[in-house]
Design a protein around this ligand. Structure first.
Ligand code: HEM
Length: 294
């Protein structure tokens, strides 16, 4: 753990150890309520993230509190729905076929972004179609919470982010899990397909690795997730105060042995509803890519 602490100014702890993250996500006093606006720089940081990842006055599901019943209900309904979709995935699925063609071929990054967005969007609206504009909106949205320098304060940049969210939201009938999936989470899925193409091009790997091993190679955790202390407390070796922000650096933690649970946090209350669908998609695409190309 690495804490930046100046009383009244900043209280942020970065955590990149998988065991420490597992304990912190279980801690009832660390939540996603984000209602404490103190110390000063914590408030500035939170305002920026919440502004970027909210739409129509509502926060994206990844920024909603543990005890928010509506969030929890949506999470489990989406998990059930995506598991049904995962079970039905196979080489006959058109999205699987197009993604497999991208893996074996030489299509561009943009083509991959569009195909991936379409596959995710169709989980929410069967007729979802993606294009350059909606893929551009996803790239802009992902960059918004991390925008650096003066650009983050520019009204022009903010208007562009609002327009990006409007476009993505309209395509999924305003479902914010859909906006998160097609605008934010999509980037980890895209990263997985880039890795899959590299693996496919290595003839030894292609012949010898199991589909499960390929899927594990292609799964990567989000860079980080956020929590804030709702009261004073203490984690092993780390007393904390109300308002303290924790940046749980899942991607860094995943690089250590036995830390695949960092990818979807599937043992935590906040677990990803796509924790089975994404691996099933990777598996179907890999198998489809190898049909006829052994
Ligand atoms: C490789 C791809 C993905 C990874 C690595 C991933 C990872 C995660 C993680 C770690 C969380 C927990 C966040 C937290 O604890 O604060 C999460 C939450 C969530 N993810 Fe994913 N995700 C992926 C893809 C998706 C997709 C495709 C969708 C939509 C179809 C999705 C929808 C959600 C939602 C709605 C939540 C919030 C759950 C809640 O707390 O109610 N994710 N995801």
């Amino acid at each position: 753990m690495k804490r930046s602490f100046v009383p009244g100014i900043i209280d942020v702890t970065r955590v990149s150890d998988a065991d420490e993250i597992r304990k912190l996500v279980e801690d009832q006093r660390l939540d996603r309520k984000f209602d404490s606006r103190w110390p000063l720089l914590n408030a500035v940081f939170l305002r920026r993230v919440l502004q970027a990842l909210s739409f129509g006055g509502h926060r994206f599901p990844t920024l909603r509190a543990r005890e928010d019943d509506e969030r929890a209900g949506n999470q489990s309904a989406l998990w059930n729905q995506l598991n049904r979709r995962a079970a039905a995935l196979n080489a006959a699925n058109p999205d699987v076929g197009s993604l497999a063609q991208w893996v074996v071929g030489s299509g561009s990054d943009e083509e991959l972004g569009i195909l991936t967005q379409q596959a995710i969007g169709r989980l929410f609206v069967e007729t979802y179609t993606s294009d350059s504009e909606s893929w551009k909106a996803a790239r802009l949205l992902a960059s918004a919470p991390q925008a650096k320098g003066l650009s983050k304060f520019s009204p022009r940049f903010r208007r562009k982010v609002v327009r990006a969210k409007e476009l993505l939201a309209a395509k999924v009938n305003g479902d914010l899990a859909g906006v998160h999936g097609t605008g934010v989470a999509i980037h980890n899925v895209v990263k997985g397909f880039h890795r899959m193409r590299q693996l496919y091009r290595d003839i030894t790997v292609r012949k010898q690795a199991s589909a499960d091993a390929i899927v594990a190679e292609c799964l990567s955790a989000p860079a980080m997730v956020l929590r804030q202390a709702t009261e004073n407390g203490s984690a092993p070796g780390c007393p904390y105060r109300k308002g303290a922000i924790f940046l749980l650096e899942l991607a860094a933690a995943q690089t250590k042995a036995n830390a695949m649970d960092m990818v979807f946090l599937e043992r935590a209350w906040s677990r990803c509803p796509a924790d089975r669908w994404v691996p099933a998609l990777f598996q179907s695409v890999w198998k489809s890519a190898n049909i006829g190309n052994p």
